[in-house]
Design a protein around this ligand. Structure first.
Ligand code: SAH
Length: 380
């Protein structure tokens, strides 16, 4: 028996078809490189392609009617447009719509359209599942399955735009769906740059809010690179409580997080939003409000209180309205703007922390067959 490792030489190996380039996943510069390189075209074609993909949101090369048949055939050979499929749209009685979106590998994600007086906000996912394992979050129970590609993030906006009567109808984007955007830093940044690109949807970064558990190095990098608004999931104002409900606090404690918030460049950013999920008996006492008020002193901030949205299997309880009000009143004495986030789309499991319940078959509605394997990755 030969002890030589069995490695096929190139001549013996079956010719594997080269993977196609997914245009929607490319940054503008990479698209230009693809056009000038493998495609062998002049650079201005990149602009034409970018507009088809990122502004008009076409799904196929056949729809790119101002390209010659020969060029379309060449594109077909080398590339694909990319994107996702809308499996279902669930509509809440309050007008919120949840999109169940299928990725090419069969896994599924969700995005939520939330109409408000003069605004239409789209809540976007950045990962399938999430590695952060916050104790109160349904998505966190999954673990991380994978990061979304830039095209899969952008396509949530394009597909939701179609449902809304055009992408321009969407006035705000919040990265508050499934996943931790800063854990998928590169994918999220390419997606945001493409959404804000003048040749694409030309979305204003000021109308985009990125919500994070507080991954400090990535948060500071974001502050240097893109003027989107920042929301930080705080949820407790002392390390003991926060570490119990958010494992990330063992890596980056509150002192480090608040110091990073002070450092976060805020030229045009008015205030950092601090999200505070209210878990009855865990972080809802007035002593917690006092601690929170003191912690945020001197920081341009506003507080968004989110009464816990219950989901099957969750061990936490939603506080009463009176408890929420008392907490809010106490915080207001610290001269902080405080808002209580209204729960939207609860009947279709579209509220904060409820995404993916359909997938797991925990609430009625279309039940997906989710990917079989869970990545073991956790951020500790
Ligand atoms: N990973 C990011 C963004 C996703 S979640 C982050 O943590 O900020 C968006 C917000 O919903 C976060 O503040 C999150 O803590 C909150 N949330 C999660 N589960 C919730 C639940 N069951 N009820 C209310 N808010 C919840």
């Amino acid at each position: 028996m030969s002890t030589e490792p069995v490695i096929a030489t190139p001549s013996e190996a079956p010719a594997a078809p080269a993977a196609k380039v997914v245009l929607k996943d490319l940054s503008y510069a990479d698209l230009e490189a693809f056009v000038a390189g493998p495609l062998g075209e002049r650079k201005f074609r990149a602009q034409q392609l970018f507009r088809w993909v990122h502004l008009r949101g076409v799904r196929s090369f056949a729809e790119m009617t101002d390209l010659s048949a020969a060029l379309r055939a060449r594109l077909e050979e080398l590339a694909e447009v990319g994107g996702l499929t809308v499996d279902a749209v669930l509509e809440s009685k309050d007008g919120t719509k949840k999109l169940l979106l299928r990725l090419k590998d069969g896994s599924a994600i969700e995005a939520v359209l939330i109409p408000d007086d003069e605004r239409l906000t789209l809540c976007v996912s950045t990962q399938v599942g999430c590695a952060l394992a916050c104790a109160f979050c349904a998505t966190g129970k999954l673990g991380l399955l994978r990061h979304l590609t830039p095209g899969e993030i952008v396509d949530q906006v394009l597909r939701a735009g179609e449902i809304a009567g055009g992408p321009r109808e969407i006035t705000n984007i919040v990265l508050m769906g499934m996943g931790e955007p800063l854990h998928n830093y590169d994918g999220t940044m390419t997606a945001l740059r493409n959404l804000c690109h003048a040749q694409g949807l030309n979305f204003s970064p000021r109308r985009i809010t990125l919500s994070t558990v507080g991954m400090i190095p990535e948060m500071l990098r974001l502050g240097d690179e893109l003027p989107v608004k920042l929301a930080v999931s705080l949820h407790a104002a002392d390390n003991e409580t926060r570490a119990k409900i958010m494992p990330i606090n063992k890596k980056y404690d509150l002192e480090a997080l608040i110091a990073a918030c002070h450092e976060f460049p805020m030229p045009t950013r008015n205030r950092i939003t601090f999200e505070y999920v209210m878990l009855r008996g865990v972080n809802t006492g007035l002593d917690h409000a006092d601690r929170l008020g003191r912690l945020l002193r001197g920081l341009p901030s506003k507080v968004n209180l989110i009464p816990f949205n219950e989901h099957p299997g969750s061990e936490f309880e939603r506080p009463t309205n009176a408890e929420v009000e008392a907490f809010k009143e106490r915080l207001l004495t610290y001269n902080l703007p405080v808002m209580v986030r209204t729960t939207r789309g609860r009947d279709i499991a579209a509220a904060c922390g409820q995404l993916w319940l359909q997938e797991e078959g925990l609430v009625p509605g279309p039940i997906y067959k989710g990917p079989a394997r869970r990545a073991a990755a956790r951020i500790e």
